[in-house]
Design a protein around this ligand. Structure first.
Ligand code: KG4
Ligand code: ZN
Length: 377
């Protein structure tokens, strides 16, 4: 890639957004920043789909000894890392900072101290470069991550309406998606998010942080029996598209530690588990957790006329969920947009992707943009 050279945009037809920006045939580059939780990320994305760079500085080591994200540590680490990460994203994209057309930032939902770092950095860049600023909802952006990258026609084009599924550490929800920026929630978790349930299950089993990927790995132990324990799959009501994972988590807790005694004490901890019973428990938990997600997805597919499935969020890295999503899509002849593993977890490329469509629609923010703890979708 040639630094600071505006590359020809060779897609036929001029492309979406050409009129809005009044610069047909020139690629539109968005620099995005993401700091909502424990990853400091920056990316440069061309025309909403081609990822020129995707830099993620994970803080897992920092939070491991606390078995969870410590907000104060997270925001301090973001402050230290955000500019080096942005510099790396610009350099890996092979461009000059002045070449970017807009600055995007995940401004909600998340840890407020963490979000503030990204929002302040994005505002400073947008103001000093005199470029548009675009605030993007992080949960919404997870839905877009499977649309990044180049498909056979040079880009991934979802057929709408699509059924959206976000399964992350903080959110679990289904969406009716009419376009990349037109999203309506159909149902969501009434207690824990599925990623949170995976993380808590991993702690119950004595697995190190981050729990979800470690639990997934344990289920792949040769001989692990996913039917050894019959954990509950929540249905809530016959037509509900909401999720619940707290009963499943409690069932696992009791299976490992026994029923609590008077005063809430347990008679045992996880140290009595053999390696094979730990693997059986992990596999049985995973079957139930993934089963609960797939159950509601199937309900939603049957209740609407969808043409594709857009799935995103950290738990889409789960090996069993990926297989089951593929099966559902094939069974209903739906196109499945599932992110590659590096785009399942928090990243800034997905923020840039949504920002491209917001910019094309004229939906830009200004310097009054706020960091918000809750999602807008
Ligand atoms: O999307 P994400 O990076 O952050 C949030 O927006 O929350 O998701 C992180 C969540 C964590 O709960 C993590 O344990 C879970 O995704 N996760 C997994 C796997 N990889 C990440 N859960 C199950 N299996 C995995 N392979
Ligand atoms: Zn996320």
């Amino acid at each position: 890639m040639t630094p600071s050279v505006e590359r020809e945009h060779r897609r036929s037809g001029g492309g979406r957004g050409g009129g809005a920006r009044g610069r047909r045939n020139i690629a539109l580059l968005i620099l995005a920043i993401e700091t909502s939780c424990d990853e400091t990320a920056a990316a440069v994305v061309e025309d909403g789909h081609l990822v020129l760079s995707n830099v993620i500085a994970s803080q897992h080591d920092l939070h491991a000894e606390y078995a969870g994200v410590v907000p104060e540590l997270a925001s301090r680490a973001h402050s230290e890392r955000v500019l080096p990460v942005v510099r790396k994203a610009i350099s890996e994209a092979g461009i000059n900072l002045h070449r970017v057309d807009a600055i995007a930032v995940g401004n909600r939902p998340g840890l407020i101290g963490s979000l503030l770092v990204g929002v302040a950095a994005a505002k400073a860049l947008a103001w000093s470069l005199a470029k548009p600023l675009i605030g993007v909802d992080h949960v919404h952006a997870h839905l877009y991550s499977g649309l990044l990258g180049a498909g056979p026609g040079g880009r991934h084009e979802a057929n709408f309406p699509a059924l959206g599924l976000v399964v992350s550490g903080g959110h679990t929800a289904l969406y009716h998606v009419d376009s990349p920026i037109d999203v309506r929630r159909l149902g969501s978790t009434i207690d824990d998010a599925v990623g949170e349930a995976f993380d808590k299950a991993a702690t119950i089993l004595g697995l190190p942080y981050p729990g979800g990927p470690n639990l997934d790995r344990l289920t792949q132990t040769p001989g692990a029996d996913d039917r050894a324990f019959d954990f509950p799959v929540s249905r809530i009501a016959p037509d509900s598209l909401d999720f619940s994972f707290s009963g499943l988590k409690t069932s696992l807790l009791y299976a490992v530690r026994g029923v609590p005694q008077r005063g809430g004490h347990f008679l045992k901890d996880h140290t009595w588990l053999s390696e094979s019973s730990r693997a059986d428990l992990a596999a049985s938990f995973q079957r139930a957790a993934v089963g609960a997600v797939i159950l509601k997805l199937q309900r939603a597919v049957q209740g609407g006329r969808y043409r594709s499935i857009l799935a995103g969020g950290g738990v889409t890295a789960n090996s069993l969920l990926r297989r089951r999503l593929d099966e559902v899509a094939k069974q209903h002849s739906l196109a499945l947009f599932l992110p590659p593993l590096d785009l399942c977890v928090d990243n800034a490329a997905m923020i840039a992707g949504v920002a491209y469509h917001l910019l094309s629609a004229g939906r830009v923010s200004d310097l009054s943009l706020q960091a918000m703890p809750t999602t807008s979708c």
